[in-house]
Design a protein around this ligand. Sequence first.
Ligand code: RNT
Ligand code: ZN
Length: 413
Amino acid sequence: MQSYDVAKNQFADWGVDTDAALKALSHIPISMHCWQGDDVVGFEKATGSSGGGIQATGNHPGRARTPDELREDASFAFNNIPGSHRFNLHAMYLDTQATPDRDEIEYDHFKSWVEWAKSIGVGLDFNPTMFAHRNSDDNLTLSHPDKGIRDFWIEHGKRSREIAARFGKEQGSACITNFWVPDGYKDVPVDRLAARQRLENSLDSIFEVELEDAHIRDAVESKLFGIGVEACTVGSHEFYLGYAIRNKKLVCLDMGHFHPTESVADKLSSVSLQLDELLLHVSRPMRWDSDHVILLNDDVQAVAQELVMGDLLKRTHIGLDFFDATISRTTAWVVGVRNMQKALLRALLLPKSELQNAEANLDFTKRLLLTEELKDLPYAEIWNEFCYRHDCAHGRSLIKDLGAYQTKVAVRG
Ligand code: RNT
Ligand code: ZN
């Protein structure tokens, strides 16, 4: 496109190769989370209870009610997202007529997902579901004082890993398997250590079986607090960072899981020095872990910039984690994934060494001038070219396509 050529020359003036940036971007998969499609409900026939403090709010028409509907919606979303990506399944999204409890799930219950994922060229990631179940009603799972309840969740964790490893084998790329538990206390506990020891022992049992790195990588996700667990979260950042370093696991950093003035972007470099690989849950907390759809805002931009500047892309798995039931769910997916890509593209279009040299030479004036002048470059033209090369709509035509799809699914009961 002509406007691309003009923009390309402008970036070239700054020593930036736009074609190289577009190529790099096309090799960055984003793991799109299944749970935005149905408000974190899942497809278990007999759900015990909801909970874990992560319920979606809103009642916009068109929620996917079956695995087929979710697949149809996700396929539509992927068609409107340039590049090849991944789909992040939770264990409660099984697809079977059987009614296994969480400690009875098997690969066969998820086989249809693998077939679908293969057919549209996406890889699958996986998560055990340790919330929204009668055995998590106390907001304690792997750290529950009752051994029977701990064992139930340990079995779920073990089975989840087996299923994930099979996904990885079938699809030829490691299935990133993320462990998040809701465990915590509403009011001030008197024995935090005991709870954390129980969590540690349960995790050790789950990870006892060695599985191939080529098939599965385990990640552990910390949290600061949640609704109903305001006083103490058993799986805190310190807990999991230490656990991951000692046990060679990935740490999952969720952007909504820290104090609002803390920056996940700032944590990436530090964590990367201690761990080989990282997992991100890119999210948008508003006053708390509210899981809003991610915007192309400073926080997301800062994360993307750290990944590019620190050369961390090849060892960071980018997953998204948000759920908004007040808007079109397919639009939420498409906008969220594309915003992550736009942030990465902007970071890839920075004159990296010039910026790094300015800083290394203590020329902070130049660094400031560069970062601010660069904001005026025509990023939109480069993004539009990316969409064009990947046969995806943008702008008004994207809005039209998303609207038409929403009208189609709005008739669902
Ligand atoms: C909860 C965690 C967790 C979940 C998903 C559904 O606070 O962020 O990642 O959102 O596993
Ligand atoms: Zn998360």
